[in-house]
Design a binder for this molecule. Structure first.
Ligand SMILES: [Ca+2]
Ligand SMILES: [Ca+2]
Ligand SMILES: [Ca+2]
Ligand SMILES: [Ca+2]
Length: 342
């Protein structure tokens, strides 16, 4: 009987990485962790590792994080603005990636306060207008424009800024999709990264896994489906090797399957056994994934489809071993398991 390796389905949403930070080529990367050098300490973000909180309150906390143990939390006590000035790098182009989550929608909203004077590529999180961005090329003083991009509460969103300082323009992507392009940089904008504001009518906002880099955000040198910058900054895998740990599970496949891409002992595998006409298909599941057992009786070309038992179609992973059994009644049948990350 055939022993098929697993195939992996499309990723359904933002990948959530559990731990492991390896900043290699990023100009700046932080996950606001205590083990970073220099370390971030719980409490007020202002003054830590070059961060400046120019209005409102931002703290390092450990209750909600995208990666690792800690993240920065912006409290809705009025307009909050924080920035990390990258002026020392003086790049001609720069990309910025970060993850944000809007918190509890039931919090009371504080009264509005005037907007601050700003320049540069700035995004604002606003509970009413969603993600707003500053178009420094609009008129003499620039203008705030809405991206019409809602930010769902209690869910991490990835925001990417592509900034072309030489061309004085920048683009905004949310979860990998362009939401505004061709925004201007105001005259006098610093050739540096200025950071985000949380609107006075917003909720608590969490910020984590911030990277500044010059490489194209979409560049995938080894073709394993994970962009170079994600391999370098988030996953800790080799951007020039599609299977970093050599266990035959490609790096992105391991991320989707919930196995460890830097541990050769951890890889998604499907074991198929047959005895007396009964087939057993076994695989270990991970939480946050959906599993479908598929089969084909044809080989050239194969005609994959789900098995008839609905308990093995989009079955939620729990961390437990799953065993599918059937009596196929045909001389040859191939099996595989499709994994989709929720
Ligand atoms: Ca790659
Ligand atoms: Ca790789
Ligand atoms: Ca691997
Ligand atoms: Ca592995």
């Amino acid at each position: 009987m055939n022993n098929s390796r697993a195939s992996l389905g499309a990723m359904a949403c933002v990948v959530v990485f559990s731990s492991g930070v390896a900043a290699r080529e990023a100009k700046f990367f932080t996950s606001f962790e205590p083990e970073e050098d220099p370390p971030f300490a719980a409490g007020n973000l202002d003054g830590q590792n070059g961060w400046e909180v120019t209005a409102g309150a931002a703290v390092i906390q450990d209750t909600v994080s995208y990666q690792g143990l800690q993240a920065a939390r912006f409290d809705p006590t009025g307009t909050t603005q924080a920035e990390w000035n990258s002026a020392g790098f003086k790049p001609s182009a720069q990309n910025v990636d970060f993850f944000v989550q809007v918190g509890d929608p039931n919090l009371a909203l504080p009264a509005a306060s005037p907007r601050l004077d700003i320049s540069g590529a700035i995004v604002e999180l606003d509970v009413i207008n969603g993600l707003e961005v500053f178009d420094g090329g609009a008129g003499a003083e620039g203008a705030w424009v809405s991206t019409s991009q809602p930010l769902l509460s209690n869910q991490w969103h990835r925001v990417t800024l592509r900034i072309d300082f030489a061309g004085a323009s920048w683009d905004v992507l949310v979860d990998g999709v362009e939401v505004r392009t061709g925004l201007g940089l105001a005259a006098g904008s610093p050739a540096a990264f200025r950071f985000l504001r949380v609107a006075p009518n917003s909720r608590v906002v969490y910020l984590d896994a911030l990277a500044l880099y010059e490489k194209d955000p979409a560049s995938d040198t080894d073709g394993d489906g994970l962009p170079d910058v994600d391999e370098e900054n988030l996953v800790g895998t080799d951007p020039e090797n599609p299977d970093t740990d050599g266990d035959r599970g490609e790096d992105r496949q391991e991320v989707v399957a919930g196995t460890d891409p830097v541990d050769p002992e951890s890889v998604f595998d499907v074991v198929v056994r047959a005895a007396q006409g009964v087939v057993r298909v076994e695989f270990l599941t991970a939480p946050g994934r959906l599993y479908t057992v598929e089969y084909t009786d044809a080989l050239a070309p194969p005609a994959w489809g789900p098995v008839a038992d609905p308990a093995f179609v989009d079955r939620a992973g729990t961390g437990a071993l799953v065993v599918y059994e059937e009596t196929p009644g045909v001389p040859t049948r191939q099996y595989r398991v499709k994994v989709v990350q929720q």
